[in-house]
Design a binder for this molecule. Structure first.
Ligand SMILES: Cc1cc2nc3c(=O)[nH]c(=O)nc-3n(C[C@H](O)[C@H](O)[C@H](O)COP(=O)(O)OP(=O)(O)OC[C@H]3O[C@@H](n4cnc5c(N)ncnc54)[C@H](O)[C@@H]3O)c2cc1C
Length: 502
């Protein structure tokens, strides 16, 4: 098994950081002479306060990776080279796991505290149930626990895959959750025994501004999305895929980025992410939408797309787009040698990048990229039709010394196709794709592919070279590419995987 050192380092820093914060909170409480009365309860107070401090920080940090515009801004800075910014949702998830862990610690320790408040500190005249259900901390804490139960259950990967909307709407319970958090310390349970001053952590100084930034970001997204937008063309492609061409003058994007699409007549509230398959030079924004579930099916119906093609006389629906947002594919031009891999509908970012390569090459624009290998893995031969004309013009314009195109067909062929291949295989064009480069049948042998890429790195690239492997498609293939890339890397050539999966 491959050891992912970056991941190990992340978890070491993440958990050691949390442990250090908890320890700091523990001793801050224990060594504070002004809290001597409360501290007479013992260890459970130190434990709960340490966990409370961690939770204050986590609740603020949790929202940062989901502020899409902030993430996009950081992508364009030097930080993108140091921090894996595209893994923002991974960070968000681990923050949530940490919150769950420290919530359990905090709550259990507090239950012990409240019991001892009644038995060990009768001077305060408080009953455990009063602290549990009548005090601000207890009441808001219990509401937050219930909210967390729903949010965490609905965020499970299985639920998310089966019913994304349920996950999405339940996740909006974050609003009452944060309001409860803001008032959690309102009753000032932790007071100085000297002058009665509140001795909370003041975590609202962190959580309130970040919450406001997130809400402002949501408002900005809505505002931007409602700028004039026209759906100018709808094309129905084989393989249950619809291409939408949209015109929106205020929408400035780079090849490889993605957007969120909303079609009010399909659903007013649902926003679905799609990779942009056009390039800015084309003057419009296009997305290729594969019909897979409820929303995409309803969209296909609304657009009048059926098996036999477009139905005439269908009113063009209003569409809204928000974005663009950054994706790994945006960094293609940072490498001198790159490998683009698209599988299934994951070929869309490659299409955008290849179009931009075509324009750059045609205009003889300067670019650091000196060699590009494109691998397209499709299960169904019809999928090659999505970008056939693009690849054909690339073959015409861009020499193979700069761009190599490799197509792989992994699904079964029917008898007619086999006969067609047998009859036409000797022709100039490939019988499946009609391109000059030949289709390979079956899955690529990635080790051989990477070894041959390594061997053919142009000498002009110099002694040491990082090869960017840009992948979009199913998660399983991403793992294979990462593993093989690491195994084939050597002191001269290093394969760096930049992955995106839907
Ligand atoms: C960054 C990104 C880029 C994408 N680019 C493309 C593309 O170019 N072409 C394409 O066909 N598909 C793309 N997808 C996938 C596309 O968003 C889903 O196929 C679509 O949202 C399915 O919606 P549905 O209700 O029809 O299907 P469902 O059956 O409800 O969902 C199918 C899958 O899509 C996920 N999904 C559903 N709704 C959303 C949502 N609002 N946000 C995120 N994920 C969702 C579900 O978890 C499930 O795994 C992309 C996804 C991401 C995250």
């Amino acid at each position: 098994m491959e050891i992912n050192w970056r991941l190990i380092l992340f978890h070491l820093v993440f958990w050691l950081g949390h442990a250090a914060l908890w320890t700091y909170g523990f001793f801050k409480q224990k060594n504070d002479p002004e809290l001597a009365v409360l501290n007479s309860i013992g260890y459970s107070v130190y434990i709960s306060r340490g966990a409370g401090l961690v939770l204050g920080v986590d609740c603020a940090a949790l929202l940062v990776p989901v502020c899409r515009n902030i993430v996009r801004f950081f992508r364009s800075t030097f930080l993108n080279r140091i921090v894996p910014i595209d893994e923002n949702l991974y960070f968000h998830r681990w923050m949530a796991y940490s919150m769950l862990f420290f919530t359990l610690v905090h709550t259990n320790a507090h239950y012990t505290n409240f019991f001892f408040v009644e038995t060990k500190l009768p001077v305060l005249g408080l009953k455990a149930w009063q602290v549990h259900y009548m005090a601000w901390a207890g009441t808001t804490g219990h509401i937050m626990l219930v909210i967390m139960f729903f949010m965490y259950s609905a965020a499970k990967q299985e639920v998310k895959h089966k019913n994304f909307e349920f996950f999405w709407y339940t996740h909006h319970l974050f609003v009452p959750f944060y309001f409860c958090l803001f008032f959690h310390s309102f009753g000032c349970f932790v007071k100085s025994s000297v002058d009665g001053r509140c001795k909370g952590y003041n975590s609202n100084y962190g959580t309130v501004p970040i919450f406001c930034i997130y809400i402002a970001e949501r408002i900005l997204r809505e505002y931007r999305a409602r700028q004039p937008t026209t759906l100018s063309k709808v094309l129905f492609h084989p393989g249950n895929t619809i291409e939408l061409r949209i015109e929106k003058p205020s929408f400035q994007y780079k090849p490889g980025q993605y957007l969120f699409l909303n079609v009010p007549s399909v659903s007013k509230l649902q926003w679905h992410p799609f990779t942009i398959s056009s390039t800015p030079e084309e003057g419009f924004v296009s997305v290729h939408v594969r019909v897979v579930g409820d929303w995409t099916k309803k969209l296909a119906q609304t657009l009048g797309c059926f098996e036999k093609g477009m139905t005439k006389g269908v009113a063009v629906p209003q569409v809204c787009i928000d974005g663009p947002y950054g994706a790994p594919a945006e960094d293609l031009y940072n490498y001198r040698v790159a490998v683009l891999v698209g599988a299934g509908i994951g070929v869309t970012p490659s299409a955008s990048l290849l179009k931009s390569v075509w324009y750059k090459y045609y205009r003889k624009a300067q670019m650091p990229l000196q060699k590009l290998y494109f691998f397209w893995v499709a299960r169904n031969k019809d999928e090659f039709a999505w970008f056939q004309s693009l690849l054909a013009s690339l073959e015409e314009t861009v020499p193979t010394s700069f761009l190599e195109i490799h197509t792989y067909l992994t699904g079964n062929l029917d008898v007619d196709d086999i006969q067609n291949i047998a009859l036409n295989n000797d022709g100039e064009a490939d019988p499946i794709t009609e391109l000059q480069s030949r289709t390979h049948y079956g899955r690529p042998d990635w080790r051989r592919v990477f070894e041959s890429v390594r061997a053919s790195v142009p000498s002009s690239v110099g002694d040491a070279c990082e090869i960017g492997v840009f992948y979009c498609g199913p998660g399983a293939l991403a793992k294979t590419l990462g593993r093989v890339g690491n195994a084939v890397s050597n002191s001269r050539v290093k394969f760096v995987l930049r992955k995106e999966h839907f």
